[in-house]
Design a protein. Structure first.
Length: 302
């Protein structure tokens, strides 16, 4: 099967390699020439323009978009729609907001262009382990491109599935990432408590490896944590500044809209905000209040 892939960052490039290994013909386009050259070395066909990408594909054309969410995705889909024909398929495999995906599907339907929103998990490990894919859209369109999903997934019948109508794929991935926030925060807090217990002198890498086998809290995230400790048990080269991709925020907003309590996911998102503060003004206010009502000592800025 032929597929055009737009967006050749690390994850997109790894997907190209996996698709080629599955005997698919892959055309790749990116605004970065270096990325195009790299995927050409794997056997893919590089396209220098979107016109060239579309012209190289046989109808019905299948184009997988793997670019950052928001305006870049909007612009890419709009430009593709100008070049594609009725019956062609656009797949958005990025981390788009599910509401945007519902809108994209409705806009493309007016042109008789098919759309699938595919929440894609696996990161840089997807090349080796396969990608987990949650697909939203029409079932008959999913069947047309089934060979692509079977190739990218961990197995032909595992790690992927059609979960519902347009928007459902990215909605499910959004919740997946919200859960991920909570799990990561729980591990981080637990290991920090152990590190703070100085009189036991715990080896955090050793503990992580012990928990990997037979423990109730064993997981892939724990495996990755153990890998990080093996490289540097003190994580001395890493700054404690944590970004968020946006999906955690969307999950919390959705929970509020649906009146569903989600305290763990919400607090894990807030913890990431705290990590970005060199000094908390709120903490200064707390210290000042304690000093005012109780005469408690405050620490002065050096």
């Amino acid at each position: 099967m032929e597929i055009g892939l737009i967006g050749l960052g690390k994850m997109g490039a790894n997907m190209v390699v996996r698709l080629i290994g599955g005997k698919h013909c892959v055309f790749g386009y990116d605004v970065n020439e270096t990325a195009i050259v790299q995927i050409e070395k794997t056997g893919a066909i590089g396209a220098r323009t979107m016109d060239e990408l579309v012209a190289g594909l046989q109808q019905p054309r299948v184009v997988w978009v793997m670019v950052p969410s928001g305006k870049i995705t909007d612009d890419t889909i709009q430009e593709l729609a100008k070049r594609l024909s009725p019956g062609d398929i656009i797949i958005d495999g990025g981390n788009s907001n599910y509401k945007d995906s519902v809108r994209h599907a409705a806009e493309l339907e007016q042109k008789d262009i098919n759309f699938l929103d595919v929440g894609t998990s696996g990161g840089v490990w997807g090349l080796k382990e396969g990608y987990s894919m949650m697909i939203g859209g029409r079932a008959e369109v999913v069947e047309i491109v089934r060979p692509i999903f079977e190739t990218l997934a961990p197995g032909e019948k595992e790690g992927w599935g059609h979960v519902g109508p347009h928007g459902a794929g990215h909605f499910t991935k959004m919740i997946h990432n919200g859960i991920e926030y909570g799990l990561m925060q729980a591990y981080a807090e637990g290991f920090e408590i152990m590190k703070a217990k100085k009189d036991f002198g715990l080896d955090l890498a050793q503990v992580a490896h012990i928990w990997q086998k037979g423990s109730v809290v064993r997981s892939w995230l724990l495996d990755l944590t153990a890998n990080a400790f093996d490289q540097d048990n003190e994580l001395s080269d890493i700054k404690g500044w944590v970004a968020d991709s946006g999906e955690g925020r969307w999950t919390v907003a959705e929970a509020i809209d649906l009146d569903v309590p989600a305290p763990v996911i919400t607090l894990s998102l807030q913890a990431r905000f705290v990590s970005r503060q060199n000094e908390s003004f709120a903490a200064k206010i707390l210290a000042a209040m304690r000093n005012q009502f109780g005469g408690h000592a405050v620490r002065k800025v050096d």
